[in-house]
Ligand binder design. Structure first.
Ligand code: ADP
Ligand code: MG
Length: 611
């Protein structure tokens, strides 16, 4: 009886295997470019026609191949990159499986031209459907050029699955973008149907960002860099005002290989968490560098998935680094962690425990600094304050009354719209903190930080307004300035005026101040102006902040009520109202927390209560 199990013919087996590696034109482009990079090319050109369906060519200036290798390269499992299992554990190249060229050759018409730099002559290899047609000596420029035509000509099923040219083109474009980002020094040219789509020279990563994503994005990100012995991570993070509605603009590179990792994406997302609007995602580019022994890239033929030896450590490392970077840019508080935890562990740098719980632990700050991030959350907080009472009114963040009465300026509560039901008392302690019970425990607000946040957002908003509001001074001041300060004031004049300062120069260093922002307490204006300038100068070297941000920060810091300023009930109320109308009430412009919440559970724990 004839057996029913048959060994597949080599060409059929190759076609099946090819399906895993080459799913569409973009996968061929990816494999070819990765080979070029592995061949130490510094420059590569991609030429496609008909979105890669008709032809794809990749030309590089890499090391090239000799005649023998040029033929062998197309054999399945033929690779120059690893030889032993040891090597597989220590992969530093993008390729290693030795199947890309075999797969590509199995499903298309391929022509390879290659020459090593020291060789006098090159080699040409022609293969169709995996079968060698021709191998000859041929003049060639140093490097390698591989062109393939009629992709999937012999696998009609696959061919029919290809999408529209637009879609296939955009997949290819994405692949090239990722390669271009992975190593900024690569010179890349991309030509599609005779049109030059990209032509990028060697540059630094930030310039490359600009080239690929445009000026606006490049200005909306900041860089960060954390290097440690076993792990390093650097890259760019989008500022929270540059959020995306999809996850697609998240780029993760592991040892210069573009990868997809839900876990690491989640770590970044978590680090941003309370800065994000619901349904939006941060833009980021992360370059993770790790000893190849500690990661397995051989999970899938596409090599985009990886397995980390110690995923939870890496999760914490990424989370902490991103958090720190955001904090360093005044975006997130870095306190509120359990004070019993040693600092290194708090920062997630000591990898002693790898359990889920240690991950939980390291982000425990959320329990203390709870962000009222969404409307629901804010109303929860509001009703919490009113303990069960559903007296919730609405407040529009752009309509904040600015009273200039006595006491702390602009702090009287807005009678028409209150965030909190103040039948609950507010206590001021040490003329510094405002304390009030809330449903789940106690809320403590730093009055200075709170007012800073309010003034900061108001100032930023003023920069974008066309009209300015200012209080006229009955008795204008004549200020004699240091020449350097006067020059700075001249430079910042438009911004200062937008804030509400009215300044007139009288000569080069004499300034007349006759109007001040609505929030400034009259009597202190001269001092505040000088303090703003001083603080601005201190921060001048900070190239990551725009002048308007720096100015808004120094202004809000100096004009805000201070620790030590007594507040009455109405002023505290006004401050809280205004605070909860800001977009990020729980963190001051310098990244320190504004609100600390002490939960009943935490109190119970500290008092050794079990319930
Ligand atoms: P892998 O990249 O996994 O080794 P490939 O099938 O992609 O497998 O390539 C097979 C081999 O062909 C490579 O190991 C390399 O030696 C050689 N090769 C492929 N492309 C190039 C290139 N552009 N320049 C030099 N050598 C190349
Ligand atoms: Mg390869």
């Amino acid at each position: 009886m004839a057996s029913t199990i048959k060994i597949l013919s080599q060409t059929l087996a190759d076609k099946i295997a090819a399906g895993e590696v080459v799913q569409r034109p973009a996968s061929a482009v990816k494999e070819l470019l990765e080979n070029s990079i592995d061949a130490k090319a510094t420059s590569m050109t991609v030429i496609i026609t008909n979105a890669g369906k008709s032809s794809i060519q990749v030309i590089d200036n890499g090391i090239g191949m000799d005649r023998e290798d040029a033929e062998l390269a197309f054999a399945r499992h033929a690779t120059s990159k690893i030889a032993t299992y040891e090597d597989l554990e220590n992969i530093r190249t993008l390729g290693f499986r030795g199947e890309a060229l075999a797969s590509i050759a199995a499903v298309s018409h391929v022509e390879l031209r290659t020459r090593q730099h020291t060789a006098d002559i090159g080699t040409k290899v022609r293969i169709e459907g995996g079968i060698l047609q021709e191998i000859t000596e041929e003049a060639a420029t140093p490097g390698t050029s591989i062109s393939l035509r009629n992709l999937f000509y012999n696998t009609p099923g696959r061919r029919n699955f290809l999408k529209s040219n637009n879609t296939e083109f955009s997949h290819i474009f994405t692949v090239i973008q990722r390669i271009a980002l992975s190593q900024a020094k690569l010179v890349i040219t991309f030509i599609s149907d005779d049109e030059t789509i990209l032509q990028i020279r060697s540059m630094d990563v930030h310039e490359r960002l600009k080239e690929i994503f445009g000026e606006k994005l490049a200005q909306s990100v900041f860089s960060f860099d954390q290097r440690d012995d076993f792990l390093s991570v650097n890259g760019f993070l989008g500022k929270p005002d540059f959020l995306r509605k999809t996850r697609t603009e998240q780029y993760l590179f592991l040892n210069n290989r573009y990868i997809v990792s839900r876990s690491i994406n989640h770590a970044v997302f978590k680090a941003y968490e309370h800065l994000l609007e619901k349904g939006s995602f941060p833009f980021f580019i992360l370059f993770l560098t790790i000893d190849p022994h500690r990661v397995d890239v051989n999970v899938h033929p596409s090599k985009m998935e990886v397995k980390f030896e110690d995923e939870s450590s890496i999760y914490r490392y990424v989370f902490t680094t991103v958090r720190k970077a955001l904090a360093a840019h005044d975006l997130v508080p870095m306190v509120g962690l359990d004070s019993q935890t040693p600092m290194g562990d708090r920062l997630g740098l000591i990898s002693t425990h790898h359990s889920e719980t240690s991950i939980q632990r390291s982000i425990d700050w959320r329990e203390l600094v709870r962000p009222p991030e969404q409307a629901a959350e804010i109303s929860r907080l509001r009703s919490a304050v009113s303990r069960g009472d559903d007296v919730i009114m609405h407040a529009e963040s752009d309509e904040i009354s600015a009273s200039t009465s006595h006491g702390a300026p602009g702090l009287s509560p807005d009678q028409t719209k209150s965030f909190v039901d103040y039948r609950f008392p507010l206590w001021q302690v040490h003329n510094k903190y405002i304390i009030t019970p809330i449903e789940s425990g106690v809320m403590v607000v730093d009055q200075h930080a709170a007012h800073e946040r309010v003034l900061y957002e108001r100032t930023i908003a003023r920069f974008n307004e066309t009209t300015t509001q200012s209080q006229q001074l009955l008795f204008p001041h004549t200020i004699e300035m240091m020449p350097g300060d006067a020059a700075l004031v001249t430079q910042l004049l438009p911004l200062l005026e937008a804030m509400g300062f009215s300044l007139k120069f009288f000569g080069k260093t004499t300034v007349i101040l006759d109007g001040i922002p609505m929030d400034v307490k009259p009597g202190k204006e001269k001092q505040i102006l000088q303090e703003i300038i001083d603080l601005y100068k201190e921060d001048e070297h900070n190239v990551n902040l725009e002048p308007r941000e720096k100015l808004a920060q120094s202004y809000s810091c100096k004009a805000a009520i201070k620790a030590g300023d007594p507040l009455n009930q109405a002023e505290m109320q006004g401050l809280l109202d205004q605070l909860f109308a800001t977009t990020i009430p729980y963190v001051c412009p310098h990244g320190r927390p504004v609100i600390v919440k002490l939960s009943l559970a935490e109190l119970d724990r500290r008092f050794g209560r079990t319930s």
